[in-house]
Design a protein around this ligand. Structure first.
Ligand code: EPZ
Length: 417
């Protein structure tokens, strides 16, 4: 796997455009399976996870092609229903194909999905949705097979906890089901709203978009559609916090302002300033100096778990004592161990991390353990003196299209090899 080499110690200055959202694009790609025709996704990020999903779609018989950042997917001749074990293991979002393949052809076989190792990531809620809609699900070792005797049936499903993926799978399964499906206690993450809007463009009938209660009336046929993948709120947050860690001044173009409110609130608490005009966010982080005493990750619209390790990296640069509590995933504080190698003073216990910030950070050899953790190491490295080498940088490329070029454009000394 590749390495990222950074030389830190200088403020980020300049302008960068925010790429399309990974977690919006992936379920949209899975949704393409529902339609016996073509969809086009504009502003689609050219990242490893999108390429993995593209490979899976092709293995099922879909045709795909890229023109710059437009990805066209044609599933007219889709024939397969079995997802290769290695492909399924390559990323979590492979599980989205369960809902769409069941919705399209009533059967799917897939190994348990992989993804970042951030604690147990069960899919019981996804399977419950399919079963409630009439599918039979069988497990043989790590292989799952789901089949409908005739079709999926619309019904009422109330999620016991908020799950982004289970909500998305419920939506995908319901779009072509017979009758109306009521999904209650849905997750509110913006990527769900984007998926619904994309499906609407394809002709799906979905009510209650943006609320916890979605009502989906099954349709028999969908239509060709094109859609603009919205910008990535976590990439925007990462670059904003990279500016904060280095006390820089940056302009972020195409920022999904409404979606990063909680990220901005924490940035303001640190002393960061910003203004936004027409999607351009100007951030002046030269005044960042206040420790944020307590932050806990929450479902949207709370502070996102995907920003937790990046926040940890920024807090290390601010004098004082702060605490971060990870509420969503049971084992997502692993990056703390790597940040310590840069001189970070962090103590973790269970779901809590205590950070004593303001001490010197010094470049070292560290290893990315997951996608966002890898980005957090880059943020800390930018604030550290000397050179940092981040191993397993391929993790970062799963979600950031060109983090090296983006940060270099902001004046960072960075190289991928
Ligand atoms: C999505 O994962 C994102 N992935 C994650 O982003 C993100 O961290 C997460 O939502 C939370 O916002 C994609 O969109 C591809 P969940 P997902 O189902 O859908 C439990 C990144 O870095 N749960 O909302 O897998 C689960 O264990 C990634 O881009 C069950 O118990 O998350 C967790 O504690 C990593 N049973 C909680 O729900 C289930 O069947 C929330 O998970 C499903 C989930």
């Amino acid at each position: 796997m590749s390495e990222m080499i950074l030389e830190g110690g200088r403020p980020l200055l300049g302008c960068v455009r925010i790429q399309g959202s990974k977690n919006a694009a992936l379920p949209m790609m899975a949704a393409a399976v529902l339609h016996e025709g073509e969809v086009a996704l504009h502003n689609c990020p050219r990242i490893a996870d999108v390429f993995s999903m593209e490979r899976i779609l092709r293995s099922l018989g879909a045709e795909t092609c890229w023109e710059d950042h437009t990805l066209r997917i044609c599933c007219r001749n889709l024939h397969g229903f079995e997802i290769d074990r290695e492909d399924a293991a390559s990323m979590r979002s492979s599980v989205m194909l369960m809902g769409s393949l069941l919705g399209r052809q009533g059967c799917v076989r897939i190994a348990y999905p992989g993804g970042c190792t951030i604690g147990a990531r069960p899919i019981d809620l996804h399977l419950k949705v399919f079963q409630t809609m009439g599918a039979r699900v069988e497990e043989q070792g790590d292989l799952l097979e789901a089949r409908t005797p005739d079709c999926l049936w619309g019904t009422r499903i109330c999620f016991p906890i908020s799950s982004v993926g289970a909500t998305e799978n419920g939506i995908l399964a319901a779009v072509k089901a017979r009758g109306t499906t009521l999904l209650e206690n849905c997750a509110l993450e913006p990527e769900i709203t984007h998926l619904c809007h994309f499906l609407q463009a394809m002709g799906a009938e979905i009510g209650g978009i943006g609320t916890r209660r979605l009502r989906i009336r099954g349709v028999r046929i969908l239509r060709d559609a094109q859609f603009w993948v919205p910008p990535d709120r976590i990439v925007a947050g990462t670059y904003l916090y990279a500016a904060a860690a280095t006390r820089g001044k940056v302009e972020l173009l195409d920022v999904p302002l409404g979606e990063i409110a909680s990220i901005l609130r924490v940035y303001e608490k640190m002393g960061g300033q910003w203004e936004c005009n027409g999607g351009k966010l100007k951030a002046d982080a030269s005044g960042v100096r206040r420790m944020v005493e307590y932050t806990r990750t929450q479902c949207y619209p709370g502070f996102p778990t995907d920003m937790q390790s990046v926040l940890m990296a920024v807090l290390l640069t601010i004098p004082g004592k702060g605490r971060i509590r990870e509420e969503i995933f049971e084992d997502r504080l692993k990056t703390a161990g790597e940040l310590k190698k840069l001189g970070g003073r962090i103590h973790t216990a269970g779901r809590d991390a205590w950070i004593i910030g303001g001490g010197p950070l010094t470049g070292a050899r560290v290893e990315a353990r997951d996608l966002r953790g890898g980005a957090a190491l880059a943020v800390a490295a930018l604030a550290a003196s000397g050179t940092t080498v981040i191993g397993n940088a391929g993790f970062v490329e799963r979600g950031y299209e060109a983090i090296d070029a983006d940060l270099a454009g902001l004046g960072a000394r960075i190289e991928m090899r």
